[in-house]
Write a protein that binds this ligand. Sequence first.
Ligand code: GLV
Ligand code: MG
Length: 357
Amino acid sequence: MSSTQSPKDFFRPLAVGAPEPLREVPARPSRAIHFFDPSNPKMAAKVPDMVGTVDVLLGNLEDAVKADNKLAAREGLVEIARSTDFGPTQLWTRINSLDSPWALDDLTTLVPAIGDKLDVIMVPKVQGAEDIHYVDRLLAQLEAKAGLTRPILVHAILETARGVANVEEICGASPRMQGLSLGPADLAADRRMKTTRVGGGHPGYLVRQDPVGGDIDGPRTTYQQDLWHYTIARMVDACATHGIYPYYGPFGDITDVVACEDQFRNAFLLGCVGTWSLHPKQIAIANRVFSPSVEDVTHARRVAKAMGDGTGAVMLDGKMEDDASLKQCLVMVELAEQLAAVDPELKKAYDAIELED
Ligand code: GLV
Ligand code: MG
């Protein structure tokens, strides 16, 4: 909400005939947002078979699509969206950045052609609330013209220093805001960080143990630190404040599945609900990491059962549980239920949990 707007106007449609904005962003499972290039016929051909195997399929129009292929990517996405039944899988797109020669045509082409199929539009390089306001009004006009009955949601990539500085106002700029992703590659460049990678850590970013026994030349353990902890933590707080969802982003080293899983898990533990997948291998990692483990769900259900009406404190396995630990457990239980509703394997695993009396 901008400072001069009355709260009562926040949920008004921004164009006559545009769909009513949502009061709450639905918590739809989105553990992996799998990127495909709609201008690449080999990749595009695989899309229909991926329906049902991943929570979100995203047709990417921005970076990683060559300038000469921008039109083919846009048209390819229209074709794929029209000819595919996405069933339970969400369809998202990443449009080109708002200052590029393609963003306007991306929006004016996609909304009339496939606006009824698009769940979320990811906007890259968002700098502040003004970028969201621009997209918000334009989408309302296009939705009204196309006769759409459901608003398309907006997801911002946080990949500029100014975007990070404005993260709270970005999240609260429109009822369309669905969430935020970290864009570590562009963010590193914009911040003038001295890295050359897409996501992940760096061996030079570390802390070192003090000299052991005063021996300055002796061996000392080092621990690599997480370059993205600060940004993810800010995103999580901004998103939770506004009732929307934070995501990790790209992890570029496709072969390093171990480090990829670590980065994803850190994001999950800090509060993120999902991440990007740049290769089918990463879908499996994301689905595993962003689904609570059977052990965690078992524990959470035990605490919920033991806490009865949810007040007071109980001892379980020598640990104190109270109202606050119960609330954490309920987050886990609720997420497990949402995921079980779309993932039969998980449902089986969670349903098999038996609690002792
Ligand atoms: C993603 O777009 C990134 O820049 O990391
Ligand atoms: Mg980027």
